[in-house]
Ligand binder design. Structure first.
Ligand code: SF4
Ligand code: SF4
Length: 176
């Protein structure tokens, strides 16, 4: 019987953005060197295939990694540039959840179906920001914590700092 090759190493090879700029293209929002990126308004520094100020991009861009980059459970075809969705692993009040944000392009029904099945398998709280609406799925504790975090500033007198989700959920941009 022929011994099957051990392909474990394949799963240890880090993925790279490889020309994707989905998180810089206006699906997420952030203040980039004083310029606002928000839904429908891509980062001022985004250029075809990458970042015009790559060496000098803000720390939040350097730190940001979408789940596709780090989680091999997500198939290759879920590459954000092709799937039109950015998935991010997040925490609110120490409660983990996945934030799923559609890019400016619509994700396919196949992609949405895969994400729903995957989330069910993971049994994690999740927030979908799809077609301009936000849906929160998970425990009551999580829903409450998420609602408190995203309450409009005028209600809480707190300022939202750093990177925010464009369209309502939390997020952050980057590129490498
Ligand atoms: S980190 Fe941003 S640029 Fe890189 S693959 Fe993820 S969405 Fe695309
Ligand atoms: S990495 Fe940051 S600065 Fe560069 S294009 Fe993306 S959001 Fe803009």
């Amino acid at each position: 019987m022929t011994k099957r090759p051990n392909l474990d190493f394949v799963f240890k090879i880090p993925r790279s953005c490889n020309g994707c700029t989905a998180c810089c293209s206006g699906a997420l929002s952030a203040n980039i060197h004083g310029l606002r990126m928000s839904r429908g308004t891509p980062c001022h520094f985004r250029q075809e295939g990458g970042c015009a100020i790559y060496e000098n991009r803000p720390q939040l861009c350097k730190d940001f990694r979408c789940t596709w980059l780090d989680n091999r459970a997500m198939p290759e075809w879920m590459w954000p540039k092709k799937s039109n969705v950015i998935v991010m692993y997040r925490r609110v009040d120490d409660l983990p959840y996945y934030s799923v944000v559609e890019t400016e392009e619509k994700m396919s029904a196949q992609t949405l179906s895969w994400l729903v099945q995957w989330a069910l398998r993971c049994k994690l709280n999740r927030v979908y920001c799809v077609e301009g609406t936000t849906e929160i799925i998970g425990s009551e504790e999580f829903k409450q914590a998420f609602a408190n975090k995203n309450r409009p500033k005028k209600e809480t007198n707190e300022s939202n700092t750093g990177v925010q989700p464009a369209g309502g959920v939390d997020g952050a941009p980057a590129s490498n």
